[in-house]
Design a binder for this molecule. Sequence first.
Ligand SMILES: NC(=O)c1ccc[n+]([C@@H]2O[C@H](COP(=O)([O-])OP(=O)(O)OC[C@H]3O[C@@H](n4cnc5c(N)ncnc54)[C@H](O)[C@@H]3O)[C@@H](O)[C@H]2O)c1
Length: 256
Amino acid sequence: MTAIIEARVALVTGAAGGIGRATALAFAKTGARVVVADVNLTGAEETAQLVIQTGGAAIAVRTDVTQAAAVEALIQTTVDHFGRLDYAHNNAGIATDSLSGMVSTAEYSEETFDRIISVNLKGVWLCMKYELPRMVAQGSGAIVNTSSVLGLIGSKGLAAYVASKHGVAGLTKTAALEYAQYGIRVNAVCPGVIDTPMVADILANPKIAKAWVDSQAIRRPGAPAEIANAVVWLCSDAASFVTGHMMAVDGGQMAQ
Ligand SMILES: NC(=O)c1ccc[n+]([C@@H]2O[C@H](COP(=O)([O-])OP(=O)(O)OC[C@H]3O[C@@H](n4cnc5c(N)ncnc54)[C@H](O)[C@@H]3O)[C@@H](O)[C@H]2O)c1
């Protein structure tokens, strides 16, 4: 595991399970103290307990990333509790409600479109809006936003999700350009199919699961820890010359 200086502070949103929980645990393994944020407080508390059981330090904070006041309070709680903010993984996200929620562009309901954009795109912007000034004040910091391979290519039936994840690419590149002068790096991770609750019903459907998994050169779903390792590396000093990058961690899906 890439070394991160002990006592640094990492914030992970969407950390009640899946990729975010794996990242919280991976940061803790490097010695960083972790703030576990999620709209699902019970899951966030479980993640914080898992960190504490491994000898790490963590707090859980209920946060809805679509609400500016909640995100502002999250950053304030982080600083009040741990004194600083070094790394942020802005990872909270939603897809469609289920496979049956996959409809073509003209058939999307306005409510579903707004909800997906609000969590996946506005949520990432709100997190950066309150993280960046804190990092500027410290003169350092690293942010990793969770995009997707669907932030790099289109996909039938997922217009709002695809648009939100392409939007995350735009936010990431723009913030990278703006904040390099303050010693802050901003990157995104673009997972392929990863075995988490978000895609459970897809992976449980043999026909669809095969098509999705076969689109990856390494023909299996990724594990959450495989994304977490990339996030921790992007935050570490080993990635000191990497900013504005969309890193595919996708079993080779984008190589085609
Ligand atoms: N699993 C995959 O195949 C895959 C692929 C590419 C990208 N991603 C992205 O990875 C990220 C993590 O997803 P995951 O696969 O771990 O799924 P997941 O459903 O396990 O995790 C998403 C987390 O976000 C939280 N969340 C949802 N809305 C929120 C809100 N408004 N405020 C705060 N938290 C909220 C959920 O409670 C959940 O804990 C998402 O951004 C997702 O789009 C996942």
